[in-house]
Design a protein around this ligand. Structure first.
Ligand code: ADP
Ligand code: MG
Length: 344
């Protein structure tokens, strides 16, 4: 028998929408890290307990959120990052959908504490999955934002069932945090799991700190057996490091490409690099690389998928060809004395 049509309560609509972005603890960490980076933070701490299933806390020293906007920050379709369709066509921040905090808070016990740079105190807001936020409460705190997500999926058992062991969930978080650390050399990060520091990197200030950070994240042998690249053409800038053909691997686990500082998974981009190595690498072996692609924001569509791992280029062919030709030029005639040092 048919039932009457009713509008869903907004927390339930949020829980349903959360399915698109909040798949597991690592997706929470990704969204919260993006927010911290978008806020201009230079120091970010990620504290995780039991693979993120028990709790995830992200603390940043960014601009913070004014008290008057705190409730909006956790509401769906509310964002400070875009205002118009034209802005959407040229997104310069990592976030823009205005959905992450609403989604995450609908499937967890959630607390946000923020102090905007213009305010004398911090303000705290919390809820337990049903969107009953109450009034922000004043609290002590430094400028910046701290979000704590506890008991993820406590109210959505169907989702919770799909969580793996804490070890597996943490390894996903660790891989993600490592990628983010690679993507933003100018930001210091600390990752703590069950009260133990797992990774810590300091903001890059000079060539020596850059080399140190690269070696921490990619390994000393990559640093020794890679070349710094820097290529530029109309509308595209490439930089980073490409492994020498001698530094090949059985897996594709050391391949990182960032587009305008964003972590992307683009098969065509990886394929372009693979082709660049085709003549110098044995079949079945894989290169290692860390490549930054910078281009005007209006030539990259980031609004392809809710998780924002996919992008579309206005001039895809041009990007792939330039990437393939540049990397090929670098690895085809490697100068052995150049050992990955030099400007990115
Ligand atoms: P989006 O990032 O797409 O705008 P979110 O739901 O992730 O959507 O965040 C909503 C808004 O809350 C952001 O636009 C931003 O203004 C504010 N915000 C969230 N996290 C932070 C943070 N760590 N520091 C400062 N502002 C934040
Ligand atoms: Mg966001």
């Amino acid at each position: 028998m048919r039932q009457i049509i009713e509008q869903l309560p907004s927390y339930l609509a949020d829980q349903i929408a959360a399915g698109e972005v909040v798949e597991r603890p690592a997706s929470v960490v990704k969204e919260l890290l993006e927010n911290a980076l978008d806020s201009g933070a230079t120091q970010i701490e990620v504290l995780v307990e039991e693979g993120g299933e028990k709790s995830i806390t992200i603390q940043d020293n960014g601009l913070g959120i004014p008290q008057a906007e705190l409730l909006l920050a956790v509401s769906r379709h509310a964002t400070s990052k875009i205002k118009t369709g034209a802005d959407l066509a040229s997104v310069a921040t990592l976030g823009f959908r205005g959905e992450a905090l609403a989604s995450i808070s609908s499937v967890s016990r959630f607390e946000i504490v923020s102090r905007h740079e213009s305010e004398a105190a911090g303000w705290k807001l919390s809820a337990e999955g049903e969107g009953r936020w109450g009034e922000p409460q004043p609290t002590a705190g430094k400028i910046g934002t701290r979000v704590t997500v506890s008991d993820l999926f406590f109210n959505t058992p169907a989702r919770k069932k799909f969580l793996r062991t804490a070890k597996t969930e943490f390894s996903q978080i660790d891989q993600l945090v490592k990628r983010v650390m690679l993507s933003r050399p100018e930001v210091g990060f600390k990752l703590v799991h069950n009260h133990k520091v797992v990774r810590q990197v300091f903001a890059v200030t000079d060539e020596a700190s850059l080399q140190k950070r690269l070696s921490q994240l990619m390994g000393a042998s990559f640093v020794q057996q890679s070349l710094a690249i820097a290529f530029e053409t109309q509308d595209i800038k490439l930089s980073g490091w490409v492994g020498l053909p001698t530094f090949n691997r059985s897996q594709t686990d050391m391949q990182y490409i960032f587009v305008n500082g964003r972590i992307v998974r683009d098969r065509l981009l990886s394929y372009a690099v693979k082709q660049a190595y085709a003549d110098v690498m044995y079949h079945g072996r894989h290169p290692a690389y860390l490549i930054f692609i910078e281009m005007p924001h209006d030539l990259v569509d980031v609004n392809v998928h809710p998780a924002k791992y996919e992008v579309r280029f206005a001039n895809g062919r041009w990007v792939y060809d330039f990437l393939r030709r540049s990397v090929r030029e670098a690895v085809a005639k490697p100068v052995v004395s150049e050992t990955g040092t030099g400007a990115p």
